[in-house]
Design a protein around this ligand. Structure first.
Ligand code: ZN
Length: 273
């Protein structure tokens, strides 16, 4: 390991510091899950091509709920077949080793952190979780487990039986995926925004993994770390705004590499010997 990185991690370890990990699509890409933000996320409704930023909206769900569900069921199928990688397992090890001194903030909805053994109470899914659904009319804030919809391909039609399975058990209206849409705002009730910000405000190390911080809440977390002058380590195969920020900080370091490749050694250095 690079000497300066080892020194930063050792300082956090010996101070029994608090660690916040912030993860994004990059760690899941190593498990074969595409971002669905680019061309692979295109979806045809009627005679039009829609971008993921148009599909994943409340507006689209209001207009074409069955089509939005068909798109999600295709995506969720990809997530279900993916397996957690060494990066997810390393973060789960850190969670168990540090206990309440650890918090994970993830932008990923694929459930791979939990499947690797992350503790739900110490994980903020700030963009939601594909394993859950809730009432689209918010007749209740309750979450229900995602119903088993069988194997789905891009051409699988949406049937009346699918509609019945995706009905709210309280009011009979549509269930929606428990994910944050592009035309919606972060909140505490569903997306644990305040919990994530509070964790960043008390952390001694921000470990950023596989995200470029394109959305608002992750970049706020980076701002908090920068203002507080805590240690910050960015793990990413590519250059990104978090790496630039880490490099501008006294206790910052940018690791060029994948999560599966680099996180296990970083976690070993942070865990009490
Ligand atoms: Zn309802």
């Amino acid at each position: 390991m690079e000497p300066r990185l080892a020194e930063i991690l050792e300082r956090v370890r010996s101070a029994r510091g608090r660690v916040v990990a912030l993860t994004g699509a990059g760690i899941s890409a190593e498990s074969g899950i595409p971002t669905f933000r680019g061309a692979e996320g295109y979806w045809v409704v009627g005679s039009r091509n829609y971008m993921p930023t148009e599909m994943a909206t409340h507006e689209m769900f209001e207009a074409h709920p069955g089509e939005v569900w068909r798109w999600y069921l295709m995506r969720f199928g990809v997530c279900r077949h993916a397996q957690p990688n060494a990066g997810h397992h390393a973060l789960a090890d850190l969670d168990h080793a540090l206990g309440d001194r650890f918090h994970l903030v993830t932008q990923n909805i694929d459930g791979l952190h939990l499947r690797a053994g992350a503790t739900l109470a110490r994980t903020s899914h700030i963009h939601g979780d594909a394993g859950w659904v809730r009432c689209a009319s918010a007749c209740t804030g309750e979450l229900f487990p995602m119903p088993d919809m069988g194997e789905r391909g891009e051409d699988t039609p949406f049937t009346a039986a699918d509609r019945a399975r995706l009905s709210c058990p309280r009011c009979g209206g549509w269930l929606r995926p428990h994910v944050l849409w592009f035309d919606e705002c972060y909140d505490e009730e569903h997306y644990r925004m305040q919990t994530a910000l509070r964790a960043a405000a008390t952390a001694d190390l921000l470990l950023v993994v596989g995200t470029s911080g394109a959305t608002n809440l992750p970049s706020q977390i980076g701002d908090i770390a920068w203002r507080r002058g805590i240690a910050m380590v960015d793990v990413n195969p590519e250059d990104n705004p978090f790496a630039a920020r880490a490099l501008s900080m006294r206790q910052g370091f940018a690791v060029r590499g994948g999560a599966g490749e680099r996180l296990p050694a970083i976690v070993r250095a942070l865990v009490d010997g």
